[in-house]
Design a binder for this molecule. Sequence first.
Ligand code: AMP
Ligand code: MN
Ligand code: MN
Ligand code: MN
Length: 287
Amino acid sequence: MNNPNLIVDLHCHSTISDGLLSPAQLVHHASEKGVNVLALTDHDDIAGLDEARQKASQMNMIFINGVEISVTWQKRTVHIVGLNFEANNQNLKSHLEMIRQGRDDRAKRMSHALGLAGIEQAYEGAMKYAQSGILGRIHFARYIVEKGFAKDIKSVFKKYLTQGKPGYVEHEWASLEDAVGWIRDAGGAAVIAHPGRYDMGNKLYPRLMSDFKAAGGVGIEVVSGSQDPSQSHFFADMADQYDLLASCGSDFHGPGISHREMGRLFQFPNQCQPIWMDWHLSEVKIN
Ligand code: AMP
Ligand code: MN
Ligand code: MN
Ligand code: MN
């Protein structure tokens, strides 16, 4: 079922969102690490897909269109990865634009909140790190480290940017139903990103799975750079139970700052149906 010649990574970030490598550099890096099926999944933005696709074709890799959409579900932030959609779809494009406007508004509110905590000009400071696309918490974190308020990115999140901390502001992202609907409308597959990161209990995970299924979602990241093998097994069982396909991705953000290197993911559980099973990848020559 799972072709061992395919080294698949369906979740990573470029400078279009909060990664450190440009789309072309990222594809080059993935290829060096042995990946031959790659999706670029920047947060709320698909502006890097053309550059990445072009580079992937030069490197003889299979490229899959991707995006990671920020969603608010039950007052929590959940990320939904969209895969293999039509990138010219106007409905998807205009709604992503709407989310990015919301992001910018959130960034201004974050900047104000950080100002009250003594960190001035944070919006302008974060902008310096947002190279071409969206403005996110990582860009603020880089500025806060630069200003010496914390020693590294991890401590900035802990001290300033997570719920209850001075630079954290509440934000309403897209609804789960809308995000899954836009991906489907563009002909793509919607996948729950890094489920192990949500820390939901015995009641909430089943609710998320059934709401997601009801909205038309089809997959879950059973293997993620931020999950260990025991979590892979846990979510493989959940995929079985809810009849979901399994995806895998590193969530790579750049060399030295990611949970796992590209091409070095934990094993894909045998019991799972890969999300790429009906993408006809085996018809493409992999060398
Ligand atoms: P945002 O979508 O702007 O709220 O930012 C979320 C991004 O911040 C995630 O995709 C990660 O890249 C990053 N992030 C979240 N929590 C942490 C953390 N504790 N340490 C480092 N990066 C984090
Ligand atoms: Mn990120
Ligand atoms: Mn995410
Ligand atoms: Mn991600």
